[in-house]
Design a protein around this ligand. Structure first.
Ligand SMILES: [Zn+2]
Ligand SMILES: [Zn+2]
Length: 137
């Protein structure tokens, strides 16, 4: 499981009354695609919406590990616990190596800003993340 215990929880709640899901909440299936020409790096985006606005997301990359013989996590930006943060993994370790906290999410605007930031930084920079994941130690 991901380490979320260290992140600072923001004030943002999808619904003010504490309801988990309302009639306008919508969680489409994860969107999966290869982000590289060699079809080695898989991008997976999960977004939850309420009234057509993104209220939660997880945007990550996976790739095949020849050591573990399966697709494994490389990096994932997520909005759990009302906090925008990024999980990082290394090819020799099963559990994540670090969680980089960006900022707590206090408002719908913060969520939009974080969503934009994750979109601009995870898939487009996949070469950087793969290099980090596969570096020698
Ligand atoms: Zn809702
Ligand atoms: Zn997370």
């Amino acid at each position: 499981m991901a380490k979320h215990d260290k992140v600072t929880r923001g004030q943002f709640r999808v619904h003010d009354d504490g309801v988990k899901e309302c009639a306008d909440c919508y969680k489409p299936p994860a969107v999966k695609m290869f982000v590289d020409d060699a079809d080695r790096v898989r991008g997976i985006t999960r977004t939850s919406f309420c009234a057509d606005k993104p209220v939660g997301f997880s945007i990550g990359l996976m790739t095949y590990s020849s050591v573990r013989k399966q697709d494994v996590d490389v990096i994932r930006a997520c909005s759990s616990h009302a906090n925008y943060h990024v999980h990082h993994w290394h090819h020799l370790r099963v559990s994540e190596t670090k969680v980089v906290e960006k900022y707590p999410l206090d408002s719908p605007d913060d969520v939009m800003r974080a969503y934009g930031s994750a979109t601009a930084n995870i898939y487009p920079r996949y070469e950087e993340w793969i290099t980090e994941w596969s570096r020698k130690v």
